[in-house]
Design a protein around this ligand. Structure first.
Ligand code: BT5
Length: 269
């Protein structure tokens, strides 16, 4: 069941609901403008939102990246949405693989448009080497266990969605600039959501990890890893470990895992 709501004109809202009607979603909340779809979804999840409930916004005034960095979503130019994922019994053991779910789904949708997306581990999608999409996964804990995740996805669609270079820590672009033509929002959103629900039952499988690994940017290349305030680490990006952490070969030949968190990866030119 979907529940229409909030700020959008009734026509626009109905169009969105109709377009998503065949997907296995929980409820849907649509905002013309809101602070951050992740903030809305986290609150909603803690109040009991069902699995696959969705928050969509045409604009975010306080969109967030990791470490509370800003994510820019100017009006009408981008896709910004957050999905509530209530963990099923068998999913708790795969929690770290959820990091790959959004990138796989977004890259599926972009590949289908004949684009060549790459996953900049852990949470960005690049087109032509530039950031086009950022993903923020946040957890809701019940005692010692994660009860639900909120997966927030921001995809730059139109030229106006690309922030000026001085606001960025990595070059950015948008889908329309890379595709060279106009792109409709709702079919793209539909494709990403459909891909999330079809990859999700495969979290524990080899094809999931293998596809994720095959789509990594800078694979086999020298990269620099920066975690928080620590000095950076240089190494060759080998691939992924079973838990989805990155396998890095240091200059001395030692292999180390790079785990999720506030990690930044850059190519060494
Ligand atoms: C991310 O963080 O890339 C995760 C972004 C998640 C955004 C979605 S939108 C829906 C949901 N609601 C939210 O509030 N968030 C999620 P991180 O890797 O920390 O990158 C943040 C950095 O990306 C910023 O410091 C900027 O340098 C850059 N940035 C900000 N807006 C951008 C944009 N529109 N396109 C490309 N880069 C951007």
């Amino acid at each position: 069941m979907v529940r229409p709501s909030l700020d959008l004109s009734p026509g626009e809202e109905q169009k969105t609901l109709d377009a998503l009607n065949d997907l296995p979603l929980g409820e849907i909340r649509i905002f013309e403008s809101t602070t951050s779809t992740n903030d809305i979804a986290l609150k909603w999840a803690s109040e009991g939102a069902r699995d696959m409930s969705l928050v969509i916004a045409g604009e975010q005034t306080a969109g967030r990246g990791r470490g509370n960095r800003k994510w820019y979503t100017p009006p009408g130019a981008a896709l910004a949405f957050s999905l509530v994922l209530r963990l099923k019994d068998n999913e708790g053991a795969q929690i770290s693989r959820f990091t790959g779910l959004g990138p796989l789904a977004v890259s599926d949708a972009l590949q289908d448009m004949n684009l060549a997306p790459e996953i900049k581990w852990p949470n960005d999608i690049l087109l032509g080497g530039r950031k086009t999409c950022g993903i923020l996964v946040e957890s809701i804990w019940q005692g010692e266990t994660v009860e639900a995740l909120v997966m927030g996805i921001g995809i730059n669609l139109r030229r106006e969605s690309v922030p000026p270079a001085e606001l960025l820590n990595f070059p950015a672009t948008c889908v329309e600039m890379e595709a060279g033509h106009a792109v409709q929002k709702l079919p793209l959103l539909h494709h990403v959501l459909r891909a999330i629900s079809s990859w999700r039952p495969q979290l524990a499988t080899h094809p999931f990890l293998h596809t994720w690994e095959n789509r990594l940017a800078f694979r086999g290349e020298q990269v620099e890893i920066v975690t928080g305030e620590q000095p950076s680490t240089l190494g060759r990006l080998e691939g992924l470990n079973q838990d989805g952490s990155l396998r890095l070969e240091l200059l001395n030949g030692k292999k180390i895992p790079v785990t999720f968190g506030d990690v930044h990866l850059r190519p060494v030119l």
